[in-house]
Design a protein around this ligand. Structure first.
Ligand code: 9D3
Length: 248
């Protein structure tokens, strides 16, 4: 899987590429990540990437030409990407489904913005889509790009050692994870639930599954409608909603 990331803060992005899951994928030879300094695609002495907004108003707007030159360079040296993503607060919300879709394209370009905004022609001429990482404000597209890079990379075969853990992930099935415990069995007066110490594998499996469902219902009821529930979970859901507790 190939990524190209265009930014005015290449060192900030390189720092995220040099560690963790992305680093491991690069070392394993299944990820190819290049970071491009947007200023390398300017032609003036000051390497200018922004300018005053037409129509007036506060702040600066990122210029279109450096982005066009950057994407021409990526095409010429790295091939045509399956998706050219502009990270922006105006984008469609990034989800696990979007991560899988981007993974399936095989080559993603991530364009990071700064300042008040980006010349609209970057959207029309360069980007094929626009993605937001959530309803909060950050100062630029670099952290969002690293977030997308991480989420997509861990879906690439060979990046995360344990494929089963990727498959079991929260959101792959649409439910939150169950609680986890390790030693000591009691800490600060808080005991690990008995069932986890029982050695009763079937009871443990059921407990985890039910806790995951109860927790999702409690914290993220919006997820339950879209989750892929099996018969057991549908039965529990009906019970939990009635306020009931049963043995199975
Ligand atoms: C202070 C400027 N704001 C005035 C209305 C608009 C604004 C412009 C640029 C707000 C944030 C940014 C920088 N953010 C991103 O580039 C960004 C982002 C985000 O802020 N939230 C969620 N996802 C993303 S993806 C890129």
């Amino acid at each position: 899987m190939t990524f190209d990331i265009v930014t005015i803060f290449p060192r900030m992005v390189e720092a995220g590429v040099a560690e963790g899951v992305v680093r491991r994928g690069i070392d394993a030879g299944v990820l190819d990540v290049r970071v491009h300094d947007l200023r390398d695609f300017t032609v003036d002495r000051h390497r200018t990437v922004d300018d005053m907004p037409y129509g007036g108003g506060p702040g600066m707007v990122m210029k279109v030409e450096p982005f066009v030159k950057a994407i021409d360079h990526v095409k010429a040296t790295r091939g045509t990407a399956g998706a050219v993503v502009l990270l922006s607060p105006q984008g469609r919300a990034f989800t696990q489904r979007e991560a899988r879709r981007l993974r399936d394209t095989g080559h993603v370009v991530l364009l990071c913005g700064r300042y008040e905004g980006i010349d609209e022609r970057v959207r029309t001429l360069v980007a094929t889509e626009e993605i937001s990482v959530g309803d909060f404000v950050v100062s630029g597209g670099e952290l969002p790009a690293l977030l997308v890079l991480d989420a997509v990379s861990r879906l690439v075969a060979g990046v995360v050692g344990d494929e089963a853990s990727v498959e079991a992930d929260s959101f792959t099935r649409g439910l939150l994870d169950c609680p986890h415990y390790t030693r000591p069995a009691t800490f600060a007066g808080l005991a690990v639930p008995d069932v986890l110490l029982s050695g009763h594998h079937e009871a443990v499996r059921r407990w985890r599954k039910r806790e995951a469902l109860a927790r999702t219902l409690e914290r993220r009821p919006d997820l339950v409608g879209a989750a892929e529930l099996d018969d057991e979970e549908r039965r529990w859901l009906a019970e939990i909603r009635k306020g009931g507790r049963t043995s199975s």
